[in-house]
Design a protein around this ligand. Structure first.
Ligand SMILES: [Zn+2]
Length: 105
């Protein structure tokens, strides 16, 4: 991983940057709320929340759908989240993309 402050490459398990002495473990481990590019249904908002809170994406979608039909907050929160939550960077996507089995018939 990289140090967020000096940008140098540091060991993954290190807590403190060897170059600038900055505590890096917490910031490096912190998840960012982004809209994933893969597996999304509409804008990836539910998918992003599911990954951020480490819950099932179907659960998030069902709860959000019910909230959208029952409350005004639920209805307006999706487009707001769509605008506010950044899209997953392309760099992260290619980095996280694990080799997938090729679908063959
Ligand atoms: Zn550093």
């Amino acid at each position: 991983m990289y140090c967020n402050y000096c940008g140098k490459v540091i060991q993954d398990e290190s807590n403190v940057c060897a170059y600038c002495g900055t505590h890096v473990a917490a910031s490096a481990a912190r998840k960012r709320l982004v809209r994933p590019r893969q597996g999304r249904k509409i804008a990836g908002v539910c998918m992003g929340f599911a990954e951020y809170f480490d819950v099932d994406v179907t659960f998030v979608r069902v709860v959000w759908l019910i909230a959208s039909f029952t409350t005004v907050i639920g209805m307006v929160s999706y487009p707001i989240a769509w605008i506010v939550i950044p899209e997953e960077p392309l760099l992260l996507q290619s980095e996280a993309a694990a080799p997938r089995p090729v679908a063959s018939s």
